[in-house]
Every structure is written in structure tokens, then in C-alpha cells.
Design a protein around this ligand. Structure first.
Ligand code: C2E
Ligand code: CA
Ligand code: CA
Length: 411
């Protein structure tokens, strides 16, 4: 008897106690993740039946056939009602393409070893199906480029960890300025990693590497603490600017995020009103419901919350209204488009109108010239950030910037 399928929406399968999930020698190209219930794995039948294992929640079964398309090497039955998640080959390949380069390298290496072992055993059919999984003869090139990028990432990661441990990272502050009158209302904290030759490694290169490993959590925590300390230094004079912190999706999704933030405030003496938390739409995608709850809590505690890189994601308009963000940061790419005479200005105007209608403050990023500033101010944007006003500054220079009076664009 085959598994009695109560629900099979291609991703989830419920089997009843006594049902067969799959039979020995059956062809198979799916694996199953056990969500609940108990399964028995056996070989043979009748008097010759050998029970090989019992499996429970959190375990995977059928993975060999998924990887090498060979027939099932055992029979699996449900000992109790069980809920299984179905993993098919297309899903596996899709995930592999998205995975961290190091994980891809490990999987490719394991497949290569398995292939070598299969070849040695003379199992030519197995070899053919493995080649199919890895990619029709392109596997050598693929493995070599995966290998290279995994090594590059591992190298950046190791050096970045060292820089963090040696306290070599810096936080620079880019002014956020009111178009009207030039008051500096805040600063965005931007991470800087000195390259040893007088310049800096680009965060666009190393932040994604840190995000693929858990290191981004340590870095974000370091940023949080330093930003809180510096927020107090920036408020020493007459003006009361806030410091805007970039929170990675991973940190935002971590259950410890709010506790760590509150602990950092307690340790440093900073207050929620001194900070703005910047999140991108990416942080909302994995778990929108939880993301909304965290945003609401942040707002309730008194933090300003900004949606960063607005307009570059997918889901913005549908739940912008439901999100408890009070600031919208329009991505720099629209100002670049405006500069080239394309639809940028129209899009910025539409986003600003939407933000204003929802009671949000609109910041435009990447303002480089006075004529851009005049145009953007005319289409409903309140605040500006860009090289035209100032590049990100080390803390001492940011403190000095505040003493210079209203910001002006000189270009
Ligand atoms: P972002 O959050 O969109 O930051 C704005 C980026 O635009 C910064 O690049 C800033 O220097 C740059 N920028 C600002 N005004 C102008 C302008 O007028 N012209 C041009 N060409 N660029 C301008 P940066 O510092 O290289 O940071 C890149 C990205 O790295 C950031 O994008 C953010 O996603 C990430 N990042 C930076 N610091 C942190 C951090 O502390 N934590 C996390 N998680 N991510 C960070
Ligand atoms: Ca940002
Ligand atoms: Ca941005």
C-alpha cells in the first residue's frame, strides 16, 4: 500500500499510522523532513524484515534518492500519524544556488566524493545521474568558480573577524539635513573597515559576507554600542541630532534583537529618542507578521523607525500602510535616474506623496548637487542625505560639523 495522502499540496504530506511513505526499490526523487510523528525504516519483508531505524521530528529520510536519483534503498512506514515536509529535487537545486558559497562547496565536495566512490564500485548508472544533478558536464567549471568565491568569502570573513577583534572597525556619520534651512537633524552611522592603505573596504563587499555568516550579529552589536556612545557625544552642543543605525535582516529577525538594544541603551545611557533604526524590506519578507510586531514595539518604545532603500524591493506598497515605520528613505538609484533625465523625478514625487499621505517623513539619499536639492525639495521631500552636503565623517568631524551652522551644498 502506498502512503495514504490526506493532504498533498506538494510541500506537505500527512500519513496515518501504518501507511507506507515509500517502498524499497521504488524510484524516488523526493526526500521528507519529519515534522511530527514516528517513522520506521526497514529492509526486506516477511521473516526477512530488518528494522534499520526509527525516526522522529527533525530528521530527514529519502535524501539519497533525492541526491542521486537511485531507487529507494529501504521501506519507510509511519508508526504513528505523521506530518512530513516534501523536499523535491527542484527545491534542493534552487536552495543550493542561493546557499552560502561555503555550503555550496561542501555539498559539491560531498557529491564529488560520492561520485568517486560510486565509480570505484563500478556503478556507472549512479555516476550518470549524479552528473545530471550537478549540471550536465559543466560541473568542473561550476565547482571551480564556487571554490573561488567560497575562498574569497572565507578570506574576507577571517580578516573582518580579526579587524573586529582588534577594534579596527570605525563608524562614520553622514549628516541628514533639512532641505529647508539646512538644519542637521540626524546622522546615519556607516561602517568603515580601513584597508591599511589609507582607504576603506566597501561595505557593499564585506557586509554581505558578514551577513552570510553569524558574524553580522557581532558586528551589528558593535555598531549598536558605538552608535549609542557617539549619539551622546553628538548631543553635547546645542543641537539634538539622532543617530540612524542600519540593522541587518539577520539581526532584525533574531529573537535577542530588542533585548540587546535595550541592554545597550542601559549600558551606555542613550535613549530611544536618540536613535533611528533603519531596516530594509528584505527584513520584512521572511516573517512579515513578526517584523510588524517588532516595528510596532520599537515605535512604542520611542525609537524612530526608517524603511531603508525604499522602492527597490517588491512588497512595499502592499503593506507600507500596516508597517509602523515613520520615516521613508528613498533609494539613491532614483536620484541617479533623475540626473539622467529618466523617470526618477516622477517616481520620487509619487513615493514622497505616498509617504507624506501616510504621515511619514521622507529622506532622499544620494543628493549630490544644489540643483538636485532644489528639485527634490520642490517635489515633497523633507530631508536629504548625500555627498553634496557631506560624505560620512569620523565622529570628531561630525561633532565639528554641527558647530558650522546650517548645511549648504557648494556644488
Ligand atoms: P545604505 O544603508 O543605503 O547606505 C547609504 C550608502 O550610500 C552609503 O554607502 C553612503 O556612503 C552612500 N551615499 C550616501 N550619499 C551618497 C551620494 O551622494 N552619492 C553616492 N554615490 N553614495 C552616497 P556605504 O557607506 O558604502 O554603505 C553601503 C551599504 O552597506 C549601506 O547602504 C548599508 O546597506 C551597508 N552598511 C553600511 N554600514 C552598515 C552597518 O553598520 N550595519 C549594516 N548592517 N549595514 C551597513
Ligand atoms: Ca541605510
Ligand atoms: Ca539606503
Amino acid at each position: 500500500m502506498t502512503a495514504q495522502v490526506l493532504i498533498d499540496n506538494h510541500h506537505r504530506r500527512l500519513v496515518r499510522a501504518g501507511d507506507t511513505v515509500f517502498l524499497e526499490d521504488e524510484p524516488g526523487d523526493t526526500a521528507f523532513f519529519v515534522e511530527s510523528g514516528q517513522l520506521e525504516v526497514s529492509r526486506g519483508s516477511g521473516d526477512e524484515l530488518f528494522v534499520l531505524a526509527h525516526l522522529g521530528p527533525g530528521e530527514i529520510i529519502g535524501e539519497m534518492s533525492l541526491i542521486d536519483a537511485s531507487p529507494r534503498s529501504a521501506t519507510v512506514r509511519a508508526l504513528s500519524d505523521a506530518e512530513l515536509s516534501v523536499i523535491d529535487r527542484a527545491t534542493l537545486n534552487q536552495r543550493l544556488q542561493l546557499a552560502d558559497p561555503l555550503v555550496q562547496l561542501l555539498v559539491h565536495s560531498m557529491l564529488n566524493r560520492l561520485r568517486a566512490a560510486s565509480t570505484q564500485l563500478g556503478a556507472k548508472e549512479r555516476r550518470a545521474s549524479l552528473v545530471e544533478v550537478v549540471g550536465e558536464g559543466r560541473e568542473a567549471d561550476q565547482v571551480s568558480s564556487v571554490h573561488q568565491s567560497a575562498r574569497a568569502s572565507a578570506d574576507i570573513e577571517a580578516r573582518l573577524r580579526l579587524a573586529l577583534e582588534r577594534d579596527e572597525l570605525e563608524l562614520h556619520y553622514q549628516p541628514i539635513v533639512r532641505f529647508d534651512g539646512g538644519e542637521t537633524v540626524g546622522f546615519e552611522a556607516l561602517l568603515r573597515w580601513p584597508d591599511g592603505e589609507g582607504g576603506f573596504h566597501s561595505p557593499f563587499e564585506f557586509v554581505p559576507v558578514a551577513e552570510q555568516s553569524l558574524m553580522i550579529l557581532d558586528i551589528d552589536q558593535w555598531v549598536m554600542r558605538r552608535a549609542c556612545e557617539d549619539a551622546l557625544r553628538l548631543r553635547c552642543g546645542g543641537s539634538k541630532p539622532y543617530v540612524s543605525i542600519n540593522v541587518s535582516s539577520r539581526q532584525f529577525a533574531s529573537s535577542a534583537f530588542l533585548d540587546t538594544l535595550l541592554q545597550t541603551l542601559a549600558d551606555t545611557g542613550a535613549e530611544p529618542k536618540h536613535l533611528q533604526i533603519e531596516v530594509t524590506e528584505g527584513a520584512m519578507i521572511e516573517s512579515p507578521q513578526r517584523a510588524m510586531e517588532v516595528l510596532r514595539e520599537l515605535r512604542n518604545m520611542g525609537f524612530k523607525v526608517a524603511l531603508d532603500d525604499f522602492g527597490t524591493g517588491y512588497s512595499s506598497l502592499s503593506y507600507l500602510q500596516k508597517l509602523d515605520a515613520n520615516v521613508l528613505k528613498i533609494d539613491r538609484s532614483f536620484v541617479v535616474q533623475m540626473r539622467h533625465g529618466r523617470a526618477g523625478a516622477t517616481i520620487i514625487k509619487a513615493i514622497a506623496a505616498l509617504g507624506n499621505a501616510l504621515g511619514m517623513t521622507v529622506i532622499v539619499e544620494g543628493v549630490e548637487t544644489n540643483s538636485e536639492a532644489l528639485r527634490l525639495r520642490g517635489i515633497g521631500c523633507e530631508l536629504a542625505q548625500g555627498f553634496g552636503y557631506s560624505k560620512p565623517l569620523p565622529i570628531e568631524a561630525a561633532v565639528a560639523w554641527l558647530n558650522k551652522g546650517p548645511a549648504q551644498i557648494t556644488t
